[in-house]
Design a protein around this ligand. Structure first.
Ligand code: PEP
Ligand code: MG
Length: 881
């Protein structure tokens, strides 16, 4: 039979996949001579077998376990179930990738009515021994049979109340004996069997329960959230118990080799005298700072500190160490790479480089790009958050943590915000008309829409916290109220908090912690820059966005959505006049007003970009998005244009489309109204000339959206060329501009070789390309995508992480075809996937020149691009060797 059980001395730290993280590290520590209580590990292979055998523990496996138990008895000189010298063990889960608190653990296994007497003799402490026994019954009942802990807690409270005690520690040995009888009867009532007195039976049931806990709902959700392979399985660690609750020279605690919040290089930890590990975790007693140990047991303290140093040097990373002191003897129960905040992660990684312990490349690889969100945006204070009341949950559309009063109309949000109120804009979905309300609000909550819906895209662009697609709430915008799934009704002005990183919505205000960017962050980013191959551009259309992005290291603008410039209050009237114009002459008049405004916009961007390329996309959305819906606004427009409301309404009806996303938008607008793109081209070239004459270098790249055919592109490109030529002929200044196209329709991918003959660059618009490849509406797919993820049709939302097989296949085809006819073609991507680390790895492999993303994702993209390059390098080296 295949070996399924390993003694600690048989393992190594590299064997995590087989022995789980905890087991592999216990093995390693045993082998480097640290004081680890003896034990053995049932491997993850055994867990896989258990799952294959319909959750049945085979006799062969259990026999192997019992052989190891006999060896453990020999090593410890104790006996399982003995009334004199009982061997007690802990039975702990241990997955290959740490999943803290997600799976089950049982301590003090082996206790029964007889063995507890042995424990009393051993510890000379009846109170704590009996307390261990009653806790064991509760833990075993809960973990193995799912008996609600509350039943045990209620009984405990009842006895305490009867006796007039406040604290558990006031219970006398007699009280505890009585409590144990009560606990055993709860057990009998709930399971219809007596509490098992046979330690081997306890062990078998406990092992099964730990294996089963691999599939418990919280573990399944945790794996999904952290993208952990569900086939790994858990190992089971069986280890002799040591007792921190055996008097004044005993205790238990946790030590981090560096501060896990700040990264500071100093031992950070806490411990409790005369206690077991769960007392520290449960928070029943307040632990002491580790320094106290120095005062009272200097030798043990010294040994602990040198063990911490030894472990950190051995693992070359900050360690989280569990220890127990039994009658003055130090035991190490666990070590693992400590969980840490993003700030600490960066500080520790860069410090380790400076200390000569790891390379710069290793430091780059140690940071998870998405964690940078924690640094770039404020987050909720963890303690305050733990007490927060979750009232709903939606899509984590744009990170950040914000509290504010809810308002249901963008105009209300603007007014309130201008009066100093912190506002959260709550809408069923946002539209471009809401832009100012969004800009003035602290955060945005929508009931509908996915990760690339208007609210999500715009919020990310603004660096604003947003929870989108929160379908659990019903929003009545007219009545100005929202109702949660639990029937909680909130009205205008009520306070909520949004966590844009988790998608959770909380009631009331929650304390926040500020975003902080350290010198270590800039250092790490700099190291990353030396490795990455992809350029990182930004999607920005305001000077503010561009400023932020350049500060974060953006190398150009990959997408300036000019329509966002059209939504300003002072421009909308001209946009509307342009749309409603009944003759070309009138349209040109309105366009002339817009042109002077656009010129100013572009000039500002060119100056800030100082010679970096700016890709300006010509008008893209369907025109009706700019038109009023409110009767009051319609009447105003009629007045401005000297028309009747009837005429305006007739025009509005004419522009209404059943399927606007597939309608009259993108380059199709320019096919009907060439003068719109001509005006925009004039504004671009004229502002480029003006800024260039101020001695700022400029690099405009004019981009045409939604192209499906070569002919569309050649017609529009000819107009742009002609217009630009016209403007440039009037000056001696040369502007090195490019004309290119977005590739966002499947047809454009398939015919990319033809389209490339008319374009100087391709920018993949993966939002529309995903929408059109799947035929999923990017605004409504959030209604059914969770079912797709749950049924594992997708691992990820394809609007967030690129679908490599389908959409990615089209992109690859377009790159290959495009290069055949135009080898000089510059190629990048500007859809939302440009800020997603997994997608960035894919784009790196495709050899794109750049990815473009919203300003606050620029650092994430820089780091992900560096990691992609480093991983590529490792793979190449492996292939070569
Ligand atoms: C896209 O479709 O990927 C894109 C960047 O354009 P937009 O999101 O503005 O449609
Ligand atoms: Mg698009």
């Amino acid at each position: 039979m295949k070996k399924l059980v390993y003694q600690f001395h048989e393992g190594r730290k590299e064997m995590k996949l087989l022995l789980g993280g905890k087991g592999a590290n216990l093995s390693e520590m045993t082998n480097i001579g640290l004081p680890v209580p003896p034990g053995f590990i049932i491997s993850t292979d055994a867990c896989k077998l258990y799952n294959e055998q319909s959750s049945r523990l085979s006799n062969e496996l259990f026999t192997e376990v019992l052989t190891h138990m006999t060896q453990l008895e020999k090593k410890t000189g104790k006996q399982f179930g003995s009334a004199k010298n009982p061997l007690l063990v802990s039975v702990r889960s241990g997955a290959p990738i740490s999943m803290p608190g997600m799976m089950d653990t049982i301590l003090n296994l082996g206790l029964n009515d007889r063995a507890v007497q042995g424990l009393i003799q051993l510890t000379n402490d009846a109170r704590s021994s009996l307390d261990s026994y009653r806790r064991f019954i509760q833990m075993f009942g809960d973990v193995v049979f799912g008996i609600p802990s509350q039943l045990f807690e209620d009984t405990l409270s009842l006895i305490k109340k009867k006796k007039g005690y406040l604290l558990d520690t006031e219970l006398t040995p007699e009280d505890l004996e009585n409590l144990i009888l009560h606990y055993q009867s709860i057990y009998l009532k709930e399971t219809r069997r007596s509490f098992p007195q046979e330690p081997k039976q306890q062990l078998k049931l406990a092992i099964q329960a730990v294996f089963d806990s691999w599939m418990n709902p919280r573990a399944v959700i945790y794996r999904r959230l952290h993208e952990i392979n569900s086939n790994f399985g858990t190992a089971v660690n069986i280890q002799a118990m040591v007792f921190g609750n055996t008097g004044k020279t005993s205790g238990t605690g946790i030590a981090f080799t560096r501060n896990p919040s700040t990264g500071e290089k100093a031992i950070f930890g806490e411990f409790l005298w005369n206690a077991q590990g769960e007392d520290v975790v449960s928070g029943i007693r307040t632990p002491e700072k580790i320094d106290k140990l120095k005062e009272q047991m200097p030798n043990v303290y010294k040994k602990l500190i040198s063990t911490c140093e030894q472990l950190e040097n051995h693992y070359n990373d900050m360690q989280d160490i569990e220890f127990t002191i039994e009658k003055g003897n130090l035991f190490i129960l666990q070590t693992r790479n400590g969980k840490r905040t993003a700030k600490a992660a960066i500080q520790i990684a860069t410090d380790l480089v400076h200390e000569g312990k790891i390379s710069k490349d290793e430091a780059i690889m140690r940071i998870k790009p998405k964690e940078l969100n924690q640094l770039l945006h404020p987050t909720f204070d963890p303690e305050a958050l733990a007490n927060g009341k979750v009232i709903a949950s939606g899509l984590p559309a744009s990170p950040g943590a914000r509290s504010g009063k809810i308002y249901f109309e963008a105009s209300q949000a603007v007014t309130r915000a201008e009066h100093g109120t912190k506002v959260i804009l709550v809408r069923n979905e946002t539209s471009p008309e809401d832009i100012e309300g969004m800009a003035k609000s602290e955060a945005i909550l929508t009931a509908h829409g996915g990760m690339t819906s208007h609210a999500a895209v715009v919020a990310r662009g603004m660096g604003k916290c947003c929870v989108a697609g929160c379908s659990e709430i019903i929003i009545d915008e007219a009545a100005k109220e929202m109702i949660t799934a639990n029937g909680l009704k909130l009205h205008e002005g009520d306070v909520i908090s949004l966590d844009g990183t988790t998608g959770k919505v909380y009631l009331d205000e929650i304390k926040q912690t500020k975003a902080e960017i350290s010198a270590a962050f800039h250092q790490l980013m700099e190291w990353g820059n030396q490795r990455k191959k992809l350029n990182i551009y930004v999607n920005a259309d305001t000077p503010n966005d561009l400023d932020t992005a350049l500060h974060f290291g953006a190398e150009g603008v990959g997408l300036c959505r000019t329509e966002h410039m059209f939504f300003h209050e002072d421009r909308l009237p001209y946009v509307r006049q342009m749309i409603m114009a009944t003759s070309t002459t009138n349209r040109k008049k309105a366009l002339a007003h817009l042109k002077s405004m656009q010129k100013e916009d572009f000039s500002q961007l060119f100056r800030i970009a100082s010679g970096r390329p700016i890709t300006i996309r010509l008008l893209d959305p369907p025109l009706h998005e700019f038109l009023p819906k409110d009767p009051k606004d319609i009447a105003n427009l009629a007045k401005e244009m000297g028309l009747t409301t009837l005429e305006i309404n007739a025009h509005l009806n004419g522009l209404t489309e059943v399927n606007p996303m597939l309608g009259h938008r993108g380059c199709r607008l320019a096919i009907t109204y060439p003068e719109i793109y001509m005006m925009q081209t004039e504004a671009i070239i004229e502002s480029a000339i003006a800024v260039s004459s101020e001695s700022f270098p400029v690099q405009p790249e004019i981009m045409i959206p939604l192209i499906a055919t070569k002919k569309e592109l050649s017609l529009i490109t000819a107009d742009i060329q002609e217009t630009a030529k016209n403007r440039l002929e009037r000056t001696s200044i040369t502007i090195p501009f490019k004309i290119g196209t977005m590739i966002e329709t499947p047809r454009a991918c398939i015919t990319a070789d033809k389209i490339a003959t008319e374009a100087q660059f391709f920018s993949f618009g993966t939002n529309d390309l995903t929408q059109l490849t799947f035929g999923f509406s990017r605004d409504d797919a959030s209604k059914f995508l969770p079912d797709y993820e749950q049924k594992e049709i997708f691992v990820n939302d394809p609007f967030t992480t690129i679908d490599q097989e389908g959409v990615g296949g089209l992109i690859e085809m377009a790159i290959i075809k495009g290069k055949i006819t135009n080898p000089k073609l510059k190629m990048g991507i500007c859809g939302e996937h440009g800020g997603d680390p997994a997608s960035i790895h894919f784009f790196h492999k495709l050899g794109l020149h750049y990815v473009s993303c919203s300003p606050y994702r620029v650092p994430i993209a820089r780091l992900a691009a560096a990691q992609a390059a480093l991983m590529d390098q490792t793979q190449t080296t492996l292939q070569e060797s």
